[in-house]
Design a protein around this ligand. Sequence first.
Ligand SMILES: Nc1ncnc2c1ncn2[C@@H]1O[C@H](COP(=O)(O)OP(=O)(O)OP(=O)(O)O)[C@@H](O)[C@H]1O
Ligand SMILES: O=C(O)C1=C[C@@H](O)[C@@H](O)[C@H](O)C1
Ligand SMILES: [Mg+2]
Length: 169
Amino acid sequence: MAPVAVVVGPPGAGKTTIGTTVAGLLGVEFADTDHLIEAKAGKPIPEIFFDDGEDTFRALERATISEALGSFAGVLALGGGAILHEGTRDLLREHTVVFLSVGLSDAVKRVGLGAGRPLLTINPRATLKYLMDERRPLYASVATHTIATDARTPDDIAAELVTLLKQGS
Ligand SMILES: Nc1ncnc2c1ncn2[C@@H]1O[C@H](COP(=O)(O)OP(=O)(O)OP(=O)(O)O)[C@@H](O)[C@H]1O
Ligand SMILES: O=C(O)C1=C[C@@H](O)[C@@H](O)[C@H](O)C1
Ligand SMILES: [Mg+2]
């Protein structure tokens, strides 16, 4: 068993929004690894970062993704930084992985002040630019499909993704 699609991209790319819509259109379940991790840890992500540190969070994230890749058949959205972990990138080989790309100005509008995002609490715009520049090649390296999302509605993006999945290309 494997997800019909794994959705990756930076904070604000629309992974949760598009993933939920696509799952609805396909009649399958949607899951977000951030929520699975919070359930497993019994506390919110900012608390995991604060109490245990980012390395512990990334290890927990990798274990959660590994489990979901083998047991979940719906649309799976990953956390924005999941691809930073080499072990997680390795897990994604052989899966259908969709990179939702977004430029800095649309991402900033969508993320707002970064509330609830532990890595974006200070100067969200500059931090987001840094994160996106660092991560873009990593998202691209795991992606089987890339969809540009700037200035497009979630419904339009979701429809393109469903078409890509149905084509199996
Ligand atoms: N294509 C879009 N156009 C305009 N707004 C969008 C678009 N996609 C998502 N949004 C809005 O941007 C915000 C962030 O979207 P969403 O939570 O889906 O992103 P995400 O990639 O899951 O982020 P995170 O990595 O923080 O989980 C939401 O308020 C959502 O409604
Ligand atoms: O971009 C990131 O590194 C993160 C994104 C969120 O989805 C969460 O996984 C967490 O806040 C870390
Ligand atoms: Mg999300």
